[in-house]
Write a protein that binds this ligand. Structure first.
Ligand SMILES: [Zn+2]
Length: 124
């Protein structure tokens, strides 16, 4: 009878284990979903694009354009405000959200921005 009892206990243990494993699997999936969502929210590129559309972002661009005297920071040739693209000196790719600081931005021709890409250039 003692062995019956321990077999029962073992079965009980296994079914509890199965329940726990299923719960763990669910939690893992749930965590994965939340992580994906969080990543999308803090995507530095999206974060930057949102910022640029804000009042602060727009006013930064105006001031920076004046500061650069309407010239491209890369080639020093005249730049039209409408064409000016914001270049990240320290690239988003490597620096993530911490690259999203106005001190890290320069206004460039789209072509100059493309040519530089993610290379780190000294604009001073
Ligand atoms: Zn240029």
């Amino acid at each position: 009878m003692a062995s019956d009892k321990s077999a029962q206990n073992l079965n009980l243990l296994y079914s509890e284990l199965l329940v726990l494993l299923k719960q763990e699997e669910e939690l893992r999936k749930e965590t994965q979903r939340k992580l994906e969502k969080a990543k999308a929210v803090i995507d530095p590129r999206k974060e930057f694009n949102r910022w640029l559309q804000t009042k602060t972002g727009k006013s930064w661009k105006n001031k920076q354009f004046e500061f650069q005297e309407g010239k491209c920071a890369a080639c020093n040739e005249p730049l039209r405000f409408a064409d000016a693209v914001v270049h990240h000196v320290l690239p988003l790719k490597d620096f993530g959200s911490s690259a999203n600081r106005p001190e890290n931005f320069k206004l460039l021709h789209p072509g100059c921005n493309l040519a530089i890409g993610t290379k780190i250039v000294d604009f001073s």
